[in-house]
Design a protein around this ligand. Structure first.
Ligand SMILES: *Cc1c(COP(=O)(O)O)cnc(C)c1O
Length: 460
């Protein structure tokens, strides 16, 4: 039996991990085998009962590392929705690559904390080198771009507005009707006025309408989206950048979903104009296939990040900084911080930009083929041609929201929903499975149509 108080690091830590990791893997295998579908059957009540069976979850006397790991890893796998199953396709919720998850073991065992050099000597240097590469990817022609690690698009959008507020007092956020909810929340958190909402043509922000808005607002920060959460559409970035320049407005692009398409020479033109932005949000826990949290925030001018500088005597005393110790505290709004860049760097080094771009191209190609299959399907209606890997559709009859819930409740399939003008509910497939082909989705399309027909028959 492994001592439950054994450490993961030190000279022997790897031996303890070598004993415990297989227990976790056996639990994953057992739980996955127990679950017949991409999700657990029975909905919230069945899942709650599986956890209640462990009461007391936190016992007076521990059960030991092996038993706790085995029980809970099995429980987790049995009761999870697995994004590595093609029929789990509701959200921008990716199946992580094994290489990234394996890298996380090293990061977890050594536990570098990214708030000071004396807690993360090489991890901080690796992070810096990785972020330099990401900043160059976003801003190939700029002399001094930079990037920082965030928990995801939500934090990156907050930083985008924060840097704008530090530059121009009384800055007014402006975003499209299609923008992510985190933009309005960031404005609220920062004490800024609620964003002015600009109309869309289709699901893309109208540059013309933006021009009208900027004519009457004072200093503004415009948030454009490259890959909307609902439809995967990309705002006309180059035109928006031109309008922003005309009016002296700052531009932040929320490319949480679409940003990594920069890795693909074929898809990169979709992001034309991105490099005109003052800042960009990118998520590697979407396209990028990293475990959460793997967000990045890039800026055109490294000097803008000075707004995040802060002094804490015990972490970045002036004399330490003058003596040559890198000051890391201003690289985040957090203090203790996981070395999330480590697994991202391992993955990007393993695949290269080319390998990453190819995975993204595959998802986008599969989305187009699935859209074709929907167009041909007599029981389904397609909303429009996908831009990235999001496909919106609905059954020709039946209650759309009911179909989604029925499939979720049985664990059969996890599909998303989007309410789009004029207030219609659509089903959404967000395809992030890099190895799935259109053939993997044909059965799902038939199941959706059949479930809708069965529902409609019961209702009538
Ligand atoms: C996912 C997403 C976000 C939120 O990002 P988190 O990583 O969940 O914080 C913001 N904007 C867009 C466009 C997204 O797709």
């Amino acid at each position: 039996m492994v001592d439950s108080t054994a450490l993961a690091g030190g000279r022997q830590g790897h031996e303890r991990l070598a004993e415990l990791v297989p227990v976790v893997l056996r639990g994953l295998a057992a739980g996955t085998a127990e679950r017949a579908a991409p999700g657990p059957a029975g909905g919230p009540a069945a899942v709650a009962a599986s956890v209640a069976a462990l009461e007391p979850l936190v016992p007076e006397r521990g059960v030991g590392a092996e038993k706790a790991l085995s029980e809970l890893a099995t429980l987790l796998a049995a009761g999870s929705v697995d994004p590595a199953d093609p029929w789990c396709a509701a959200h921008l919720h990716c199946p992580p690559l094994a290489v990234g998850v394996a890298a996380d073991i090293a990061a977890g065992a050594l536990n570098p904390s990214m708030d000071s050099w004396d807690q993360a000597p090489v991890a901080s240097e690796l992070e810096r080198a990785f972020l330099t590469a990401i900043a160059r990817l976003c801003y190939p022609a700029e002399p001094a771009p930079d990037a920082v690690v965030t928990t995801g698009g939500t934090e990156s959008n907050l930083l985008g507005l924060l840097l704008a507020r530090e530059k121009h007092q009384n800055v007014r956020p402006v975003c499209g009707r299609n923008a992510h909810h985190s933009v309005a929340r960031a404005a609220w958190l920062l004490g800024l006025p609620a964003p002015v909402v600009v109309g869309c043509e289709g699901e893309r922000m109208s540059a013309e309408a933006l021009g009208e808005v900027l004519r009457t607002t004072g200093p503004a920060v415009v948030v454009a989206t490259a890959g909307t959460t609902d439809t995967g559409d990309i705002d006309p970035l180059r035109e928006i950048a031109r309008v922003c320049r005309e009016h002296g407005a700052r531009l932040h692009v929320d490319a949480s979903y679409g940003g990594l398409a920069l890795c693909s020479t074929r898809l990169r033109p979709l992001l034309d104009g991105l490099a005109e932005a003052d800042s960009v949000a990118l998520d590697l826990h979407k396209f990028g296939w990293q475990p959460i949290a793997s967000g990045l925030f890039a800026v055109r001018d490294a000097a803008d990040l000075a707004a995040l500088n802060v002094q804490a005597e015990y972490l970045n005393a002036d004399d330490d900084t003058e003596a040559g110790l890198p000051d890391l505290l201003g690289r985040s709004i957090r203090t203790s911080r996981r070395p999330d860049a480590f697994r991202m760097a391992v993955t990007m080094r393993a695949l290269g930009l080319h390998g990453m771009g190819e995975l993204i191209e595959r998802c986008c190609a599969t989305a187009r083929e699935v859209a074709d299959a929907i167009r041909r399907h007599p029981g389904l209606e397609l909303r429009g041609e996908p831009t990235l890997s999001t496909v919106l559709f609905r059954p020709v009859s039946g209650d759309v929201a009911e179909v989604r819930r029925a499939l979720l409740e049985s664990g059969t399939a996890i599909i998303g929903r989007a309410t789009l003008p004029p207030g219609e509910v659509w089903l959404k497939l967000t395809l992030l499975h890099p190895h799935a082909t259109a053939a993997d989705y044909q059965g799902l399309l038939d199941t959706v149509a059949a479930t809708a027909r069965a529902g409609a028959a019961i209702a009538s």
